[in-house]
Design a protein around this ligand. Structure first.
Ligand code: KG4
Ligand code: ZN
Length: 405
């Protein structure tokens, strides 16, 4: 079975083609193609993702991305290809323009030189992110999926973006070589720490039935009460006058600080470190950084490089301490047999090292996403679509605050 994944929940326009075969306790898969077009540079001038700009850019990007994805995938998706007749194609495109034009002018305007869409590819299913995310951005992906579904008569299914971050961590590292591979088999219950620009969640994962590997059952057991951890990285970076997205910049400065032995003069707070639950809070930490910067400016008149490095390191140490403490607590609470971490912030080296330490300490396997799938991507969306037959739908709806359970 071949699944086309579509991801537009934030500032990455992404498409992927994934071929899968059921194989007892797991799933055999091979990646036919995975393309990501990041808009981060465009949004950096606003210091964060600007939803209407994201919507416009997704609208412009998706057709060119699909053209490239299909062209590169030809040997895999040609099969007994049929061709939509010129007349039928024209009338379908006109219908599509009428239906989707009013709300998706950029996407519909990009439907030029689209003769390549007349070849119906050997794709069995379309999987598209329905949420959580920025609703204007989500709608573009959904409309795009519906357009293709209508044009090629292929079923479409909605996917939860956070489930994508969970199962994306079970893919193997070598995803570019088009060889068959097996999705990692894990023991349940598993605990997943999902850390991204929009989420900070601890999730308990179990199988729905003893006899089949998928679908999985999710229960959120802890979450942030205010800012997400990636959001905190981005906001602190902005306070330090670093570009968006701030995570990688903070991380680089923190590493420099450590190498050079630079330390912050006092301690930033560790929010909710001692609370009994599994919840998080990061907005106070951001405010503490704001005050630290104000004090530094009052004292020296500038925010110097050395000061920036010291704050970056101290901030990262705070985040690390809080996340690892709560992860340990979650493992103990549910008797986890597997640890999974997912989401863009998992790219952070200090956090990766800490998760590895916890894994060693508990003697539990740890699954981290490979570099290609740690940020937003469509491969993880195609994968969820492939393992979850739950519901085909002809009435998809963007849901910005969609939850995992
Ligand atoms: O999962 P993701 O790509 O998008 C969302 O669904 O939000 O996560 C993006 C977040 C951003 O906040 C970015 O600053 C953060 O991941 N990030 C990092 C690092 N690389 C990306 N945070 C800390 N350290 C990093 N190296
Ligand atoms: Zn994400």
């Amino acid at each position: 079975m071949i699944t086309l994944g579509i991801e537009t929940s934030c500032d990455e326009s992404a498409l992927a083609l994934l071929e899968t075969k059921e194989s007892g306790v797991t799933l055999d898969y091979r990646v036919i193609g995975s393309l990501i077009h990041s808009q981060a540079e465009l949004h950096s001038q606003f210091g964060g993702v600007f939803p209407s700009l994201a919507k416009r850019e997704h609208g412009k990007n998706l057709i060119p991305l699909l053209r490239k994805l299909l062209a590169d995938a030809r040997p895999y998706i040609d099969g007994n290809q049929s061709l939509i007749s010129e007349n039928e194609f024209e009338s379908k495109i006109n219908e599509i323009k009428l239906k989707f034009g009013p709300k998706n002018s950029d996407l519909v305007d990009s439907l030029i030189d689209i003769n390549f869409l007349r070849f119906i590819p050997k794709i069995d299913r379309i999987a598209v992110t329905e949420g959580p995310g920025l609703e204007p951005a989500l709608w573009v992906g959904i409309s795009f999926g519906e357009i293709l579904s209508q044009l090629w008569s292929i079923p479409i299914i909605p996917v939860n973006h956070m489930e994508g971050h969970v199962v994306g961590s079970l893919l193997n590292n070598e995803i570019e070589n088009k060889d068959w591979s097996k999705l990692k088999v894990i023991e349940y219950p598993a605990v997943a720490l999902l850390i991204s620009g929009g989420h900070t969640e601890l999730v308990e994962i179990n199988k729905q039935s003893e006899t089949t590997a998928f679908p999985l059952k999710y229960k959120i057991i802890g979450q942030t009460r205010d800012d997400a951890v990636g959001e905190a990285f981005d906001k602190v970076a902005r306070l330090l006058e670093l570009p968006y997205p701030g995570g990688p910049h903070i991380s680089k400065l923190a590493e420099q600080a450590e190498r050079e032995g630079i330390q912050y003069v006092s301690q930033l707070p560790r929010p909710m470190l001692k609370s009994d639950d599994l919840d998080f809070s990061f907005s106070g930490l951001k405010t503490a950084v704001l005050y630290a910067i104000r004090d530094e400016k009052n004292l020296t008149g500038i925010i110097g490089n050395e000061f920036k490095k010291s704050i970056a390191l101290e901030f990262e140490l705070c985040v690390d301490e809080v996340l690892t403490k709560k992860l340990r607590k979650a493992i103990d609470k549910i008797g986890a047999k597997t640890i999974i971490a997912g989401g863009g912030v998992v790219a952070n080296n200090r956090l990766r090292r800490s998760f590895e330490n916890i894994s060693r300490e508990y003697g539990l396997p740890l699954y981290l996403p490979s570099r290609h799938v740690s940020g937003d991507n469509a491969l993880m969306i195609a994968l969820v679509g492939a393992i979850d037959d739950r519901k085909y739908s002809d009435q998809l709806k963007a849901d910005g605050t969609k939850r995992l359970n």
